[in-house]
Design a binder for this molecule. Structure first.
Ligand code: HEM
Length: 404
């Protein structure tokens, strides 16, 4: 049966604290539902694995953000302000369809393949060691602040050639951009970030070095390969992806282990389980929640629902990864499970470019934490955990006692 659903469901504050409970409720009514996001935008939310995978690979679904801007007003609740997608930060590959997407992705793909990142391993190990040493002797600390955040951000800053000292500014702008706040502050954060990146690119143009940003600047000198605007947004995308994702893979994985002592014990007893366990952490509580917008360019049938043209589709990869039909006992964290096929890195042509880097960082980071601090415990009540926003699944802080 094909039906067009029009009874909207509003995802409120409870959604940020307990997305899995809400997904289970939604999934019991079907694989696709029209909902209003906390940002006020109305979208078709895909919560089942089969439909999610199909949507992520569907060539009729567009990522063209400029087209989205033309119709987004129609989908906003009256009290919500219009979001300006027209800044030069938006023309990156994640907001682009082929053939532009293919051209942009090709420019960086090689740098992020398993072979392309192999030389980074010793440096990632050294940064990890340094951060672990800095945690020695502390009774209690925020594991995100002390470890999970500085590691990936240092790596991506060094890879691109961005001064590490600028990371705090970047963190606050990036936080603002992903928040549910659609106000003036969001526009200010976007313009500060844009001004910063333009300045950085000018400095690098004058004095190139052996980093990815200098290589991209060289590609932009031949404007057919990369325009000036695309260069700024490419730098933006890679830096934000480096800021907002791996930190939460490490944080959510440690939270999972510290709240599931049997799983922690299993992993400590057999460290060869670690790389499979990382796939399970990605499946069980992955860092990307709703940040997967697409736009229908023609009517699209997903499951038993027909979605009209010019509507937003959001694939809830976190929900799909808890679909019992694909992963039995999906709500259980099981580090021995084969979690292959999870959608935490997406699927199809926009599949995460940074996946090999994120996996390598997580393996070094979690391996280091477990061997250096085998008795670590959680230093806060599970009821007091605060999650950041609806786009990214990440904690505000994760208080631990490193020595137990
Ligand atoms: C795309 C997740 C780390 C760079 C994506 C997508 C997901 C994702 C779900 C696809 C979004 C969609 O289809 O709408 C993750 C997760 C990470 C992670 C869970 C960490 C655990 C990284 C890192 C980088 C990166 C470290 C690089 C610095 C990108 C880029 C894209 C992307 C450039 C766009 C690819 C394209 O449009 O072709 N990521 N990511 N990601 N990710 Fe990641």
């Amino acid at each position: 049966m094909i039906s067009v659903l029009d009874n909207d469901i509003k995802l409120g504050a409870r959604f940020i604290e307990d997305p899995y409970g809400i997904y289970a409720e939604l999934r019991s009514t079907g694989p696709v539902r029209k909902v209003e996001l906390p940002t006020g935008v109305r979208v078709w939310l895909v919560t089942d694995y089969a439909e999610a995978r199909a949507a992520l690979a569907d060539p009729t679904l567009s990522k063209n953000v400029r087209k989205s801007a033309e119709i987004i007003d129609r989908h906003l609740a009256p009290e919500a302000k219009r979001v300006d997608f027209s800044t030069s930060l938006s023309s990156h590959m994640l907001n682009t369809d082929p053939p532009n997407h293919t051209r942009l992705r090709k420019l960086v793909n090689k740098a992020f393949t398993a072979g392309g990142i192999d030389h980074l391993r010793p440096r990632i190990e050294a940064i990890t060691e340094e951060l672990l040493a800095g945690m020695e002797g502390a009774d209690e600390l925020d594991l995100l602040e002390a470890f999970a955040f500085p590691l990936p951000i240092t790596v991506i800053c060094e890879m691109l050639g961005v001064p590490v000292d600028d990371r705090e500014d970047f963190r606050s702008w990036s936080n603002q951009l992903l928040s549910n706040d659609r106000s003036e502050k969001l526009h200010n954060a976007a313009s500060s970030m844009q001004t910063y990146l333009i300045g950085l690119i000018e400095a690098k143009r004058a004095e190139p070095s052996a980093d990815l940003l200098s290589a991209l600047i060289e590609a932009s000198e031949d404007g057919d390969r990369l325009s000036g605007e695309e260069l700024v947004s490419m730098a933006f995308l890679l830096l934000v992806a480096g800021h907002e994702t791996t930190v939460n893979l490490i944080g959510n994985a440690m939270l999972g282990l510290l709240t599931h002592p049997d799983q922690l014990a299993a992993l400590k007893a057999d460290p060869t389980l670690l790389s499979g366990a990382i796939e399970e952490f990605l499946r069980y509580d992955g860092p990307v929640n709703l940040a997967t917008f697409r736009l229908t360019t023609q009517p699209l049938v997903l499951g038993d629902t027909e979605i009209p043209a010019d509507e937003f589709v959001v694939v809830a990869v976190t929900a799909a990864n808890r679909d019992e039909a694909r992963f039995p006992d999906a709500d259980q964290l099981d580090v021995t499970r084969n979690a292959g096929g999870h959608l935490a890195f997406g699927h199809g042509i926009h599949y995460c470019v940074g996946a090999p880097l994120a996996r390598m960082e997580a393996e070094i980071a979690l391996g280091g934490l477990l061997s250096r601090f085998p008795n670590m415990t959680l230093a806060q009540d599970e009821d007091d955990l605060r999650w950041r926003n609806s786009m990214i699944r990440g904690l505000e802080e994760l208080r631990v006692r490193p020595q137990g």
